[in-house]
Write a protein that binds this ligand. Sequence first.
Ligand SMILES: NC(=O)c1ccc[n+]([C@@H]2O[C@H](COP(=O)([O-])OP(=O)(O)OC[C@H]3O[C@@H](n4cnc5c(N)ncnc54)[C@H](O)[C@@H]3O)[C@@H](O)[C@H]2O)c1
Length: 370
Amino acid sequence: MARVLVTGGAGFIGSHVATTLLERGDEVRVLDCLHPQVHGGGGRPGYLSPGAELVVGDVRDPECLRKALDGVDEVVHLTARVGVGQSMYEIAEYTSVNAVGTAVLLEALLDHPVARLVVASSMSVYGEGLYVDADGAPCASAERTRAQLERGAWEPTGPDGQALTPVPTPETKPVSLSSVYALGKFDQERLCLLFGAAYHVPTVALRFFNVYGPDQALSNPYTGVLAIFASRLLNGRSPLIFEDGEQRRDFVSVHDVARACALALRADAAAGEVVNVGSGESVSVNEIAARLARILGVEGLEPEVTGQYRVGDIRHCFADVTRAKALLGYEPDVALDAGLAELAAWLEGQVAVDQVDAATAQLRERGLTV
Ligand SMILES: NC(=O)c1ccc[n+]([C@@H]2O[C@H](COP(=O)([O-])OP(=O)(O)OC[C@H]3O[C@@H](n4cnc5c(N)ncnc54)[C@H](O)[C@@H]3O)[C@@H](O)[C@H]2O)c1
C-alpha cells in the first residue's frame, strides 16, 4: 500500500487514476484547483471517488504543496492546462501552470522526498507522427508549411516532395514542438526526468495519446475531439471537422490510461524513460465521428467537413506501444467500439453546453485558423 498524491486528480484522467489506485489498495490524495473551465465553477466533482482526499489549491503555491505532500510516498503529476489552440494565445498562463507549476512541485519534492514520480506527457510533443517513404525509410522532417495548408494540400511530403506513409510512432521519433501546449508538456516531461535522475527518484514520463471516456469535460471546448463531437451531436448539431477528416489518431480509453499510470508507479524497468500510452490502433477523424453518431443514434447529423485548418495541428499520429508492453506490462484492454459504447451510456443524461463556435471564433480572430 502506498500513499499517492495525484495532482490534477479531480480532472478527467486524474479521477480515473485515483479510482484505479484506490481499487488496488493505495491511499490517494488529490491536489486540484478545480479550474472553472474544466469544472464549471462547481465544487468537488461527483465522479471523484469518495475514497480520495481532496486538497483544493494551486500547484504553483508552495504552501499548498507542502500540505498536499504531507505523508505522501509517491506522486502522479497530471496537473496541466489542456488545450492546444488556447495555449497559442494564453501563452503566459499555459507556461505558468504547465512548466512553472512542475518546477514548483519539484522544488517541494526536495523538502519532501518521494519514492516514485510519474508525469503525464503527451503525443503532442511529437508534432507529426512517424512517416516512411516508398522504400520504408523513416522521414525525419514531415512537417507541413502554412503555404501548403493554405492550398489545402493536407498530407505531409518528404524533402523532395515525395509521398509518405504514416506508421506507428515510437518514442525514438525526435520531438517537434509546434504549440505552446506541446512545449509545456515537453518541459514537464524533461523537468521530471531530469529531477528523477539527479535525486535518484524512479521517474516515468507517459506520453498519452487521445484519451476518451466517461467524465470528460464536455462543455470545455479545448478538451478532446470525442467530447467536442459528442457535445455537438447532443445539441443536435453536426460535428465540425477540420481539413478533410482523413487525419488519423489513436483513441485510448481512460481506463487503459489509468492502468498505465498505476503500472508505471511499480515498473522498475521504466525508471528514467518516456513511454507511449495509446491503443496501438489508428482511426480517421471522419471514421470516429461516424462511429460516435451511430452509437449515439443521431445518424442524420452528418459531420461538416470545413476544409479549415488550425495552426499547430498535425496530420497523423498514432502510438507504437511496444515499449509500454515491455517496460510496464501494459496491454490496451478496451476496444474502440466497447469504449465508445461506454462513453455513449455515460453521455445519456449529461448536459453539454456547446461552446465550440465561440472557441473557433477565438482562434479565427487571432489568425490561428483559416
Ligand atoms: N485528455 C487527453 O487526451 C490527454 C492527452 C495527452 C496528455 N494529457 C495530459 O493528461 C493530464 C490530465 O489531462 P485531463 O484530460 O485529465 O485534463 P483535465 O483538464 O480534465 O484535468 C486537469 C486538472 O488539472 C486541474 N488544474 C488546472 N490548473 C491547475 C492548477 N494551476 N493547480 C492545480 N490544479 C490545476 C484542473 O482543475 C483539472 O481538474 C494533463 O497533464 C494533460 O496534459 C491528456
